[in-house]
Write a protein that binds this ligand. Structure first.
Ligand SMILES: C[S@@+](CC[C@H](N)C(=O)[O-])C[C@H]1O[C@@H](n2cnc3c(N)ncnc32)[C@H](O)[C@@H]1O
Length: 335
């Protein structure tokens, strides 16, 4: 089979898988053209997509680096990888169930010293959100789960039923920026004293009851921030980000690009400060005759302000409205 035939047959299989899941209508990769452009996709390039999800960005990357570019796809969610696997030609895309921060070990296994680009598209996929048994969504009833990697023990039910009121309030405030964090944490502790909260609908009811009617927003739904905060805590989305970005940088060739798409201000702040740290280089006090800190500039930030989707993309895909993209280019070895 020729390269084009192989790609077409994968495309047909992918269309079948995606429409079976209803994903063709709901999951649209955000800032797609921008990601492909800033990654510098071209024939022969090696690109890692460490949040490969359903393979939307990956498919475009594979296409833009045809005929001989290679994609390394990583995701911690086996269900998402199954969709990506059906969608991407295995002769050009190698997929791993792993954490983003494990990229250096994956490249070792592949015998690839470095890659030319790394993409992070953070947050949840539509597949995760739309599957009731995954427990990510407050709109549909399901178990209080929210794990991206279902091999891990910690679920949202563990957090809700076992963490102290103080810890719960902290999670809701830090990761959800929920102004009713204390009231919601109190209501959760009160409700679980009668019996453990196990379903998403039960948690939605508790959250609603904790927010005074006059302050309850119609939009966004009053449980939005609580669910977001619990999801971030269950999946260590904030705690692991710095280490994952460092791991990605260490895998880049000189001139290689790191492209990061975030959907949450806390994540964007971390990405911004990590990139600044890379760009900053020496942190010795001014006036020292020689550098003692040994830190050198390892990357150049290519986006002085984050890139955001054009109004037409936001109109077409509401999920894109909070997206921000930052790009850095490696300039030196990190040692
Ligand atoms: C927004 S989705 C990616 C969608 C993908 N770009 C597409 O076009 O189909 C984010 C994905 O990243 C995965 N993920 C999030 N954090 C991760 C991490 N630290 N390591 C590996 N996968 C991660 C999630 O499981 C999810 O499938």
């Amino acid at each position: 089979m020729t390269q084009t035939c192989v790609q077409l047959s994968y495309k047909r299989e992918a269309d079948g898988v995606l429409s079976g899941l209803g994903m063709d209508k709901v999951h649209r990769p955000v800032l797609l053209r921008e990601a492909v452009h800033w990654l510098g996709c071209a024939p022969g390039k090696r690109i890692a997509d460490v949040t490969v999800g359903l393979g939307g960005h990956a498919e475009a990357i594979v296409e833009a680096s045809a005929p001989d570019g290679v994609l390394i796809g990583v995701d911690r969610d086996e269900d998402a990888l199954a969709v990506a696997r059906a969608r991407l030609d295995p002769s050009r895309a190698r997929l791993y169930r792993a954490e983003a921060r494990e990229l250096p070990h994956i490249l070792d296994r592949e015998g690839l010293p470095r890659v030319d680009g790394v993409l992070f598209d953070l947050g949840v996929s539509s597949l995760q959100l739309e599957t009731p048994e995954r427990g990510f969504a407050f709109q549909i009833d399901g178990p209080l789960d929210m794990r991206m990697d279902r091999r891990q023990d910690l679920t949202a039910a563990h957090l809700v039923n076992e963490r102290s009121e103080h810890e719960l309030a902290h999670i809701l405030r830090a990761y959800g920026e929920e102004r009713w964090a204390v009231a919601i944490a109190k209501a959760i502790v009160r409700a679980r004293a009668a019996r453990p909260l196990v379903k998403t609908r039960e948690l939605v009811d508790v959250v609603r009851s904790a927010i005074p009617a006059r302050a309850r927003p119609v939009h966004p739904h009053p449980a939005t921030r609580t669910f977001q905060a619990l999801r971030i805590a269950v999946n260590r989305e904030i705690e692991d980000l710095d280490a994952s970005l460092e791991a990605a940088l260490s895998c880049l060739t000189r001139g290689g690009r790191l492209v990061v798409i975030t959907f949450h201000s806390l994540e964007d702040r971390i990405v911004k400060s990590v990139m600044r740290r890379w760009e900053g280089g020496c942190v010795c006090p001014p006036g020292l005759p020689i550098c003692r800190c040994g830190r050198q500039r390892v990357a150049r930030v290519l986006t002085s302000r984050p890139l955001t989707p054009a109004p037409v993309e936001v109109a077409d895909n509401a999920r894109s409205r909070s997206a921000k993209m930052r790009v850095a280019e490696r300039v030196a070895d990190t040692g």
